[in-house]
Design a protein around this ligand. Structure first.
Ligand code: HEM
Length: 420
């Protein structure tokens, strides 16, 4: 396994003002102004809490590169490997994004790309693919959780020229490895069976972007996995044939989607730590997985589900770029850097659970012309993608080992099963 990491550039830190924001984001598939962000935080915790914690989310100033910071990054990556590896060994399934469904299909690169000539995304090129949707946490499809979409540019359990792992929402509840581990700690300390969400409430109080990012990314009781948009969020290097340095993010959008499903209503935004399903939602625990299966097969002989893969491409501007361009919660202005179509995805066959369980998505699968970017500290925004390149294999090795000893039982009927 080789890992393609571009050298982390020593970009200057962004603004020293750590002000948090609910990025304004225009998306024709979302009603304008639905995401109340900062207002929801103030309604939940009060003006005084906002005055105390409003600037407490992002690390400002970002630390200088140093051996101590690099060591701290290595230690936290190891801690994450152990945490996710041991959980995967215990449950013999993915340590997160456990409940899901995967389909086979085809990816076709657009015939007239609006992006510069690229060695991998060449016009009309086709790939077989596997695409898996999942709930990022919990087993209840109706709960208020982040939804995932992983995409393998091959119909293979592992080998692939390119893998992508995306989640719902243009921004999320964490922005570097340190904030991710803070979020994980809050998540594993909830006790939803008892209605106890306190650890998540406290985390959102102290990290307002935890609440604001959750509002942006969680989807409650959506009608379909195929009525949600999914974003890589993290930034990759894009190396076109012209050799100009560029950055890129990707997203997947359902073809023809009019309104994204599952956006949190205001009453959920002001209590976003509580991930319970709506009280009047009586659908079964796995209704989304059942719906997706039906959708893939709904028109015999035709692809049941179709998506467009898009990219947002940005020229490197060394004189003006700061670390903030790598902060997944600072959206790139769409007027300056529009979303460009990359490929069409069609899905026509659902895999059985055994194949889905064996499939391993890995961020180290980057083709010529794309790469991960190295990271310098656990606070570095790039540490998210960097850590995942090492952590996913730990979960995957453990779940394979566990399954070798004894295949996992069915997921069961406990909607909150996460901490087992
Ligand atoms: C923007 C940030 C992230 C996104 C979009 C994301 C997305 C995803 C998706 C879609 C999956 C499901 C993969 C599949 O279907 O097989 C997944 C799995 C997983 N994620 Fe992440 N993730 C993010 C951050 C992280 C971080 C920071 C860590 C830990 C350091 C992490 C650890 C894991 C693990 C352990 C799995 C299970 C891997 C396996 O067993 O195959 N994720 N993630």
């Amino acid at each position: 396994m080789t890992l393609r990491f571009a050298d982390p550039a020593h970009l200057p830190p962004g603004s020293p003002d750590g002000a948090v924001g609910a990025p304004q984001f225009e998306d024709p598939t979302q009603p304008p102004g639905w995401n109340k962000g900062i207002d929801a935080y103030k309604a939940a915790f009060g003006e005084e809490a906002w005055a105390t914690y409003g600037k407490a989310s992002y690390p400002r100033p970002l630390p200088e590169d140093s051996p101590a910071m690099r060591a701290a990054l290595a230690e936290l990556v190891d801690a994450a490997r152990v945490a996710f590896g041991s959980k995967a060994l215990r449950i013999r399934r993915r340590a997160t994004h456990t409940a899901g469904i995967m389909a086979r299909g085809k990816i076709t690169v657009v015939s007239q790309p609006a992006f510069p000539e690229h060695p991998f995304f060449t016009p009309g090129r086709t790939f077989p693919c596997r695409l898996r949707h999942a709930n990022a946490s919990f087993y209840d499809d109706a709960a208020a959780v982040v939804r995932g979409c992983s995409l393998k540019f091959a119909d293979s359990d592992f080998q692939s020229p390119l893998d992508m792992a995306m989640n719902s929402g243009p921004i999320g509840a964490f922005w570097n490895l340190e904030s991710f581990m803070y979020f994980v700690n809050a998540r594993v300390n909830v006790n939803p069976q008892e209605g106890d969400w306190e650890s998540q409430r406290e985390w959102m109080l102290k990290r307002p972007m935890g609440l604001i990012g959750t509002i942006s990314s969680a989807r409650i009781g959506p009608s379909s996995f195929a009525e949600i948009n999914y974003y890589t969020k993290v930034v990759f290097r894009f190396e076109a044939k012209d050799g100009e340095p560029r950055y890129v993010k990707f997203r997947v959008r359902p073809v023809g989607l009019e309104t994204e499903s599952g956006l949190l209503p205001y009453e959920n935004q002001i209590a976003a730590w509580d991930q319970s399903r709506a009280a009047d939602d009586k659908r079964p625990l796995d209704y989304l997985r059942q719906e997706f299966r039906r959708r893939v097969y709904r028109s015999p002989g035709k692809p049941g589900v179709e998506y467009t893969l898009q990219m947002q491409l940005r020229d490197a501007d060394p004189a003006n770029d700061t670390q903030e361009l790598l902060n997944m919660n600072q959206l790139w202005d769409q007027a300056t850097w529009p979303w460009l179509d990359v490929a069409h995805i069609q899905l026509d066959e659902v895999f059985p659970d055994e194949v889905t369980r064996k499939t391993r998505v890995w961020l180290g699968h980057q083709p010529e012309g794309l790469s991960l970017i190295g990271a310098l500290s656990p606070l570095d925004y790039r540490s998210l993608a960097y850590a995942r390149a090492f952590v996913y294999p730990a979960s995957q090795l453990s779940r394979a080992l566990g399954t070798e000893l004894e295949p996992p039982p069915p997921l069961g009927h406990d909607p909150w099963k996460i901490n087992d």
